[in-house]
Structure formats: C-alpha cells, structure tokens
Design a protein around this ligand. Sequence first.
Ligand SMILES: *Cc1c(COP(=O)(O)O)cnc(C)c1O
Length: 418
Amino acid sequence: MDHFHLKDGALWCEDVPLERIAAEVGTPVYVYSTATLERHAQVFRAGLAPVGRVHFAFAVKANPNLAVLRVLAKAGYGADIVSGGELARALAAGMAPADIVFSGVGKTVAELEAALSAGIGQFNIELEEEGRVLAALAAARGQVAQAVLRVNPDVDARTHAKISTGKAENKFGVGVDQAPAIFQRLAGLPGLNLRGVAIHIGSQLQTLDPLEAAYVRIGALVGELRAAGHTITHVDLGGGLGVPYRAGDIFPSPAELGAMMARVTRDWDVTIMVEPGRVIAGNAGVLLTRVIWVKPGVLYPHVIVDAAMNDLARPALYDAWHDFAAVRPSGVHETVNIVGPVCESGDTFATGRLTDQVAGGDLAVFRTAGAYGATMASTYNSRGLVPEVLVSGARYAVVADRIAPSTILAAERVPEWL
Ligand SMILES: *Cc1c(COP(=O)(O)O)cnc(C)c1O
C-alpha cells in the first residue's frame, strides 16, 4: 500500500497534488511519501515480531537521502552502510552509531578508521584479510570492534544476475565451507569481538524459498561454530525482500517472511539483524516527469519524457519494469514505447507498453521509484542531477536540490597548457 492516489481526476502524493510539485519544482523530480515510508517501516517491524530480538537496519544504498534517513531513524531504524559516504549520511540523519552496520566487500582502511572513530555497532567482515586489518586498527586505538563474518551460502536467489549476491561465484562473503576455519583464525585476535555471522543473498527476491535455504545453511554453521567453542550472539540475515513493480504482482509479505524467519531461527538464541532496503523505500517514491513529444514510430509511438536513464537507471541496468501512469488520466489507453532524451537506445523505460494515453506537455509518473532511483542518477549527456521532494500530509519540501549542468561544469577546468 502507498499514499499515491487519484483525487479530483489527478494523482496526489498524500495531500499534495503532483501537478503542484511539478509547477513549483519542475520536472523530472523524485517525490517520496513520508506516510508510506513510515507505514512500510512499521509493517516490516510488525511482520518480524514473532522472531523475537531483532535489530532493524535500513540499507542506506536503497535511498540515502538525508530526510528519508531521518524519517527511518525516527521510526527506530538503524543503518546498513557500504561506504564512508553512507556512514556520514547515517550519522548526519541522526542514527545512533551503535545502530549502524558496515557491510561491503571493499572497505578501505580510511573507511574502517572512520567507522571505528564513530563507534559503529557492527562490522560485517567480507574476507579474512579485512578482519585482520580491522582487528589491528581497533587494537591500536584501544578499541574492540564488534564484528560478524559474512558468509556466502551458495544459494541461487533467482533474481536478476546483477543483484544476486549469494552464489559461490559472487564476490561477497567467504565460502560457507571455509567459514569455520576463517572464523577460528579471526576469533582470537585482539581488537575484534567476532560475535556471529551474516548473509545477504540478493535483492528483489520474489519467493521466500532461497532465503529459507540460506537461513537453514547459516543456522547449521552457527551450530558448527558453537560446537567448536565459539560464542555466537548475533546473526545478520541481510535484506532482499522484493516489491511488486507491476500492479497486481504478488510478493511475500513481511508477515510471511517473519513467520518463516521465526520458524527457522527458533532455536538459535541470538539477536537477529535485518537490512531491508527496497521493501521499505521502493513503493514510497515516484519519478515525476513531463512528456516532451509523442513521436510516431514504426511499431508504436515513442512517448519521449523529460526523465531519462541517467535519472532512473534500473530499466537500462536491469531491464526493470516501472509502471507508468498519467498524472491526469483521460481513461483512454494506448500501446507505446516510453523513452528518455538520452542518446542511447538503452534509454528506454518500456517497449510496447499498454498505458495511459499521454500527449506532449502532460505529466506522468514512473511508480516504485523510491529505492535504487535517485541514488543511481548520473549526469550523462550533461544533464543535471534530479532533485528530490519529500511530502508529509499537506506539506512538501525539496530535500535534494536539482544540481544544474552549470554547477557540474564549474567543477571542471582546462589546464593552463591547453
Ligand atoms: C543491498 C543490500 C541490502 C538491501 O537489499 P534490499 O534488496 O534493498 O532489501 C542489505 N544488505 C546488504 C549487505 C546489501 O548489500
């Protein structure tokens, strides 16, 4: 459920008409609903209630906007971060350092130092050498880093290859068969309290089966580590729950995930940590765009909108589907291609899509753009960076400015020898 709805024949976000935002902020623009973010945070937490002790860390990479992070901090969420930049954002948003978890396969020494300085709650170690370096850095500072070892459970998440992370050949974590020996070697190091294990097998998962298989595998590993004499108090089960990008698609609910998680982890006696991203933010945002032209095409007309692959990369990157809808639908439908102005055929949002008929000048939205949307934007074709708006009831605020091409140009120089 989200808070984008038709009122008086036009699409609103909560109590603000999207037409007003387009007129006052311009297009393209991302629009997020506070009520939807809050609702998703609450529904996800409630769904996992049967699991017992759970720590909720929002995967910042899904939507790192400062105001969005503040909404989730207020909803009691910590942060799962994957870079020093995300660390700075989580702290700036008011997340408690103790509630921050640092994942990522390529943390630099500078990033590890910054996270130790901040006193974050947990490091998710992705390889043995990282564990050794972290231990040495922490020991030198007189600190003990709380950490878990990320394990690659070798499970096929059955999602898009580019967002699958838990197959043996993927770069993430240590092989489940090597995990006990690596755990053994790292566990004794001064500066490190290796207190558990972590997994994250991929994103936009459509069924619970791969997650259950991974949880079962990690549960067996916990038993093995305990039998070897290790104290295991934390298991991080990552994120990955998918969301319906097409109206009518059915996905597992947080309650179904929670029931399965409670069943599988019943005897583990640990704090469970989770890192949801997409399921919290995906349906809480739309990309609002204006149609520039409708151009006749050989198979279908091309609806050329002012948003492009640089603003919303998912269709070009993952062949992803985003529902498209007119802000003021006439009730007439038409089969069209929906494309942006960028000079690549990859700048295509939809091909042969039956959708609301639109004409030049009309406003439209790409739905389910609240996760992995603005954060993946680039300035390709010397386009500006798309702004972000947060709505709350009848109020809205621009929570990220449009960065004009001239601002980007101002950061470049021609050397004096030219
Ligand atoms: C991306 C990521 C997540 C979030 O994944 P979603 O599919 O958005 O829930 C969680 N944990 C880690 C380690 C990640 O890399």
